[in-house]
Design a protein around this ligand. Structure first.
Ligand SMILES: N[C@@H](CCC(=O)N[C@@H](CS)C(=O)NCC(=O)O)C(=O)O
Length: 265
């Protein structure tokens, strides 16, 4: 019955449209159909991302930790223009990552990770159960955002004294994080948690930070390096979620060399 209705409606569509628009329409509806069936298998989840984004990597690791399937959509030319879906989903900042859940957008990586943890609290919980533990985890996540990833941008976007200042700030932050990790296996203790998810994209970015900032992380933060290796052994973090550090460096080098007024690197 249903099949019949579909066939009849597509036939009348074919009769009503000139041949080229008919083909375009059917191609579009085939694509929409593929997306709809993929969405049905994926808890209604879709991630808009750009592969080198450390913020997007967090979301991918959190989704993998929770064993959630999702539709992945790459914003291929985010530097030049944004897709209509991204503009509609985050009209204020138009930045990735954005998680769509049943079509509703959730923006900002740390908010996305916390949202996933609230909707699927029983699958690999990421935030501690007690309010004080949660407050502490959020404090460290905020520290990592500002002192590692925001400061990391300055390592490749700046030169001279300003870059030196950024390097000092970055290395100081690594030392502080070494202290916070201490002898623990993960920031979350024995279990991989919210702070680990927040910081782990640094593993794909170390090489870039080191080459632009002229330092060796190993010399300043050996415990963090060991932590990074432990994280990489997790299925959720293994290269399906984190890109090749060499590829990240090549990409950043390309961006930097396009910036006017800076020495090519
Ligand atoms: N605080 C945001 C940062 C997101 C962000 O900076 N996204 C970058 C990619 S890493 C972006 O979309 N840049 C494009 C633009 O700003 O136009 C988060 O945690 O999600």
């Amino acid at each position: 019955m249903c099949m019949h209705v579909v066939r009849r409606s597509s036939e009348s569509l074919r009769l009503a449209l000139p041949p080229t628009s008919y083909k375009r329409r059917t191609r579009e509806s085939a694509r929409e159909h593929r997306v709809r069936s993929a969405m049905a298998e994926t808890n209604g989840l879709m991630l808009l991302n750009f592969w080198p984004s450390p913020h997007g990597m967090r979301c991918r690791v959190a989704l993998a930790e929770k064993g959630l399937k999702y539709v992945y959509r790459e914003e291929e030319s985010i530097m030049e223009c944004k897709s209509r879906l991204l503009v509609k989903s985050d009209p204020v900042r138009m930045r990735v990552p954005v998680l769509l859940h049943d079509g509703k957008p959730v923006c900002e990586s740390l908010i996305i990770v916390q949202y996933l943890d609230e909707v699927w609290p029983d699958r690999a919980p990421l935030l501690p159960a007690d309010p004080y533990g949660r407050a502490k985890a959020r404090y460290w996540a905020d520290f990592i955002d500002k002192e590692i990833f925001e400061c990391g941008l300055k390592l490749w976007k700046l030169e001279g004294e300003k870059q030196d200042e950024a390097r000092d700030q970055f290395l100081r932050a690594l030392k502080i994080l070494e202290g916070e990790l201490g002898e623990k296996k993960y920031f979350g203790g024995d279990t991989f948690g919210f702070v680990d998810v927040t910081l782990v994209p640094v593993v794909a970015w170390y090489r870039t930070y080191e080459l632009f900032g002229s330092f060796r992380t190993e010399m300043h933060a050996p415990r963090l390096m060991a932590w990074g290796k432990r994280c990489l052994e997790r299925e959720s973090v293994a290269m399906s979620s984190l890109p090749d550090p060499h590829k990240v460096h090549q990409f950043v080098r390309f961006l930097r060399n396009k910036k006017p007024g800076l020495q090519p690197f």
